[in-house]
Structures are given as structure tokens and as C-alpha cells.
Design a protein around this ligand. Sequence first.
Ligand code: NAG
Ligand code: NAG
Ligand code: NAG
Length: 474
Amino acid sequence: MKTPKSSNRRPTVLILLFAAVSFGVILISIQSSLFSGSSTVRISKEDLLVLYDFQSRVQQCVANKGLGLTAEIIDHCKLVLKFPEGTNSTWYNAQFKVFEPLEYHYDVCDAILLWEQYRNMTTILTREYLDVRPDGWLDYAAKRIAQLGADKCYNQTLCEEHLNLILPPKAPFYPHQFQRCAVVGNSGDLLKTEFGPEIDGHDAVFRENEAPVNEKYAKYVGLKRDFRLVVRGAARNMIPILDGSDDEVLIIKSVTHRDFNAMIKEIPNPVYLFQGIVLRRGAKGTGMKSIELALSMCDIVNIYGFTVDPGYTEWTRYFSTPRKGHNPLQGRAYYQLLECLGVIRIHSPMRAERKQDWSDVPSKEVIHHAHSVALRLKRDQAGQPYEPGPFGSCKVWGTVGPKGSGPISGSPDMSEKRRNSNYNKWEILPFESLRKEAQEHYFQMGGVSLYKMDGNKLDDLVCVKHSVDKDGQQ
Ligand SMILES: *[C@@H]1O[C@H](CO)[C@@H](O)[C@H](O)[C@H]1NC(C)=O
Ligand SMILES: *[C@@H]1O[C@H](CO)[C@@H](O)[C@H](O)[C@H]1NC(C)=O
Ligand SMILES: *[C@@H]1O[C@H](CO)[C@@H](O)[C@H](O)[C@H]1NC(C)=O
């Protein structure tokens, strides 16, 4: 791990830091009494300094980014994002009879651990994952199949029949496969700016659900199609939406279903299942999942159409009439946090006029350093040993031979359409044709694919090692 970088470029940050650290030390002693039982967690001054430095950079970034939010540092990990007083919260939660709050509390240490991990993850369900995970076929596979007629896969053959169409043997996509990606949400505010050509200029474009891609909207959302994250409700309309575009990869957000199976047999497009099922507050919704998906393949994730500008109070999709049930303030605050953690770059009508400048986002080096401190801290708190490196969270290990763990997806049940389809474009992609960074990463990881075990927690990973043949190929 690297040693702390001195912040010689930012003397004011340092002064603030020392004030914050002394304050923080008091807080730590209060805090440590909160941890149950015998072990008190001690944090070194250096570590505190690193995290406070990081926090203050995030705070500065939030102030500079112009979404109207301010950040208040609570301690070395906790941060509150606040909307200005008088911000109109137009979203009324009928269930709890409240308007949205104007303040959002975050644990930046947790957030950075979670989101940095995605850069090394596989987020597509594969056969090797089900084979390696202890309860993989029996329990987990059953959770991903609607209408199984049983709570578990007591009969694996039956479950395979449900999943064969969409189950590749190993990860069809690689971390760092693309440099720049665009994730296009469906917000009506896309119609305010002609982002189309800019979106099309990315290495890969991620879209959602029923978002149309055609000449009518081309100047606003572009025409490039690479990935589309879909929920079940969208399955029925997918064929006209794809409009003959065979290459677009569909990723099903939660479970396979009769509607999807019917659709898949009609189209040659590759279709896979997103690897992640427990949806919790703060990270649900198709938008957030698209970001997770993109981050698992892309170095830079630019987002468009996510309704983040202050004063934008409608909820519309760019192609249809208003819809209820979303939480713009909560989402806005979280996206702003993600931007200042270096996870995404937000593009919105408000910013269209300004020169895009990301220099106020903490640098990769600063983020990596904060990440390793946050990880050590977390392990200490849990009373677990700290293992540096990418495999410290691997709870389950498996090994797969050079030939992989089974046939490419769809093969046992190939309709004529699928026989000529494009799914194998990804599944049998020659390793040498991958981007250099993706190849390097693969070798640095020793050919190990990381999958998450459950939900949005990335503490427990399923790690699958691919034995490499003598040419260094998988
Ligand atoms: C909030 O809404 C009220 C009534 O609709 C309006 O008069 C006021 O200008 C709005 N405030 C802001 C900050 O947008
Ligand atoms: C398991 O499912 C397959 C496919 O539906 C079926 O052919 C087979 O008879 C089932 N086996 C048992 C033991 O029920
Ligand atoms: C991600 O992978 C890189 C190797 O490309 C490694 O250096 C880094 O520690 C990993 N990060 C995490 C969070 O596991």
C-alpha cells in the first residue's frame, strides 16, 4: 500500500484537517464505547488524517459541483448532504405521510468500499458461480427463477432448463473492458439538451427498460446500443423497442420469467441475468443497477438523464407521460455523493453550458488510499484480520479448468434464431482482442473472477479461479 500523500497543493485543506482530526479524536473515544464488548478499536493518527483529508475533498467537491448541496463532515467516515432550506420536496410519501427530508446521512467509508469493489467484479450470473456457491443450484438458482413452482431447485435439471438460455459458463464481460461508458437514464430532462452525439461517442452505452432509440430522439439520447438493463414489465414490449437491433445485450435485472423466455426465443440478442438480487434502500432502482453494471466493465462512467438539477421537479420519462413513485431528492443526493467519490460523472442540462471539469473530484490515488484505510478500519471493527489485496473478501473459492464449466448459453435449447445469434460474440471473444487494461487486470487478478454473494454488501465474495493454460490464455 502507498504511504500517505502530503497535500502540499492544498494548505487550507491541511489546516482544516488538523482542526478536524483533534475534533475527530474526541469523537472516536465517544464512538469506541459504542462498539460492543471488550475490543476497543483504535485508529492511528495517520489513518484519521487520511480519512479526514478524503472527507474534506469530498466536501469541497460537493460545494463545487453546483447541484446546490452542501456536505457536513460528522466524523472520519460519516457525512451529511443537505439541500438548502426552502428546497421544495414535491414527493409526498403517502405510506409514511411525510415529505422527503432535506438531509441525507452517509457512511463514506462504506460507500467507497462498496463502489470501488465493483470495478473488479463480475455482475452477470454464470454457471461457474452457481457451481461454486455452496447452495448455488439448490437455493440461489431458485431465487432467480419466477414460476419455478418450488422454493428450491430440488431437481437441478429442471432449473437448468429455466436458466440455460441466459446462463453463460463464465463471465462474458471483463472488468476494465471499456474505457468510457455512458449510462442513460430515462428522465424527461434529456429533452432539454442535445447530448445525442456526445452519448454516441462512448465506448459502450447502457440504457434502461423501454427507452426508445430512434431518429426521433437521436439528438437527445443518441443511437448507439450496447447494453440494456430490463425489468420484467418491459419484456413484452422489447421486440419493437429493439427494432431489429441484434447486438444490444439485454441484462435482466432480477428474475427470469415466462415473459422473458418467450421473448428470448424470438430474438438473436444476447440475454443475461444481473448478478445481484437483494435490493436495499439507497441503492435500488434500475438507474443504480445500471451504474453497478457499467462500473463492472468501464473505467469512466458518465451518466445522462438522471434528473439531478435543482429546481427540476417533474418526474417524466423522455418518451412518455409523468409517472409517480420516485424520490428525486434522495436520488440526487446519492448521485452527488457518488460523483464526489469518483464513481460517476453527472451530465445534466444545467451543466451542459459549462466546461466539464473533474479536477475537484478526489484523484484515483487519494481514493485508493482512503479505500485501504477504510478497509483496515472495517476489518478491525469486525475483529477480522486485515488482508490487503483484492482477495481479502473471498469467502468461497472455486476453480474452473481452461475449458470453463459448461456450454455457452443457450446451446442445449437453441432455436433457429438463437443458433445464429450474437451471444457468442461475447462468450467466445478471443482474449487477445480485449483492451490492454482488461488483459492486464485479468493477469493481476491471477485469472480470478469475483462475484458478490448477497445483496449490496460486498464483504462476502465468491471467487472463481480460472486455471490458465500454458500460453497464458484462459
Ligand atoms: C417552492 O414552491 C413554492 C410554491 O409552489 C414557490 O412559491 C417557491 O418559489 C418554491 N421555492 C423554491 C426554492 O423553488
Ligand atoms: C427433473 O426435471 C426433468 C426436466 O423437467 C424431468 O425430466 C425429470 O423427470 C425430473 N426428475 C425428477 C427426479 O423429478
Ligand atoms: C482491483 O484490482 C486491482 C488489480 O487490477 C487491485 O490492485 C486492487 O486492489 C483491486 N481493488 C479491490 C477493491 O479489490
